[in-house]
Design a protein. Structure first.
Length: 342
């Protein structure tokens, strides 16, 4: 164990880290990704599985660098395994099979890639000592393909953060199967929908601040991931985005979206619209171009309002919202005791 006050080793940037986490002790906040990197480590981190060893022996060697430690930053977490993101030939394979880090990690957990399975069992199955478990991993190189690939292995997004001011690094988790899911799913604070809902709120706030340059295709893909994980809820009340003078400004914008005085007044109202839409509070169908337009608003691309096509799309979006409100009875909109199931 590193001495108190000693420098904390940080995982090599291109190495995904897998943790077992007691979710009942895990806080979801903006500092989570930083805290994951501050788990105390011992010894050097191997860059790749050595060519002169089989997969099981190399993994055992990797484990030896990471004893079971409790993080001072993230209670209930321990590093299970760390590998470089490399394409590695699996020795002994007749067809020269090429495996990636995630392939090895996944197969090893099931025991199929470990030659000394009985000897490695303490590393493979410490999860049996826990009650509320999820896998939690960090990964660099945030692209749509990377997200699709990880979700293909049942990993889901938790948070997206900046790594060293340049790289967007998501933290992803993988729900455990079978009986362990049964243990956790009845605890609302540990449920996947609850985690996803908290994470989406944080992500919206980040996109509007220090993730303004995040690729739009990636951002929309992440919003899609959150939405799939979140269960529809009964809203106690449907609150209109605009009332009184603000509604008049919106109506003016619909009539004449090119009017400069109106544009200056409408910008912050459209920002509220964007946040509400991506937060799942506006059940309206938007095209891909319309979603991209709202994302530009969320990322504070003010020059968007100088573009005729963009203003036209925003007007269409506003009209859809007004049409949505018009389909509701006054009681549903105004009576806080009335419930609308979306």
């Amino acid at each position: 164990m590193a001495e108190p006050g000693a420098p904390v080793p940080v995982p090599v940037p291109h190495q995904p880290c897998l943790y077992e986490v007691d979710l009942s002790k895990l806080f979801i906040d903006e500092n989570l990704n930083r805290n994951l990197c501050l788990v105390y480590l011992e010894g050097p981190i191997p860059d790749f599985i050595q060519e002169n060893r089989n997969a099981g022996e190399s993994m055992a060697q990797t484990f030896a660098h990471f004893p079971q430690l409790k993080s001072k930053c993230l209670t209930g977490a321990r590093i299970m395994r760390v590998f470089a993101e490399e394409v590695i030939p699996v020795l002994g394979s007749k067809d020269g099979h090429i495996s990636t880090t995630l392939d090895l990690l996944t197969r090893f957990y099931c025991g199929t890639a470990a030659t000394n399975y009985i000897e490695l069992d303490p590393f493979v199955s410490p999860r049996k000592k826990w009650k509320k478990l999820y896998y939690l991993g960090t990964y660099i190189n945030l692209t749509v393909n990377a997200i699709n690939r990880w979700e293909g292995y049942s990993f889901f997004l938790l948070l997206v953060m900046i790594f060293e001011g340049k790289i967007y690094s998501p933290a992803m988790f993988k729900p455990l199967p079978d009986y362990e899911l049964e243990i956790s799913k009845y605890d609302e604070s540990c449920s996947v929908p609850n985690l996803a809902e908290q994470s989406r709120i944080i992500f919206i706030r980040q996109v509007a601040s220090h993730l303004k340059t995040l690729d739009q295709e990636v951002a929309l893909r992440l919003f899609e991931s959150f939405s799939r994980m979140i269960v529809a809820k009964e809203l106690p009340r449907v609150n209109k985005l605009w009332e009184g003078r603000n509604q008049e400004i919106i109506d003016d914008f619909i009539r004449d979206p090119g009017k400069l005085e109106t544009i200056d007044l409408v910008i912050h109202l459209i920002c509220d619209l964007s946040s509400s839409y991506f937060n799942g509070k506006l059940p309206i169908e938007l095209s891909g171009d319309e979603q991209s337009c709202l994302l530009c608003v969320l990322q504070a691309q003010v020059n968007l309002f100088q573009d005729d096509d963009a203003r036209s799309r925003l007007r269409n979006i506003v009209e859809k919202i007004n049409d949505f409100y018009n389909t509701l009875s006054p009681e549903v909109v105004d009576d806080p005791m009335k419930k609308l199931k979306l």
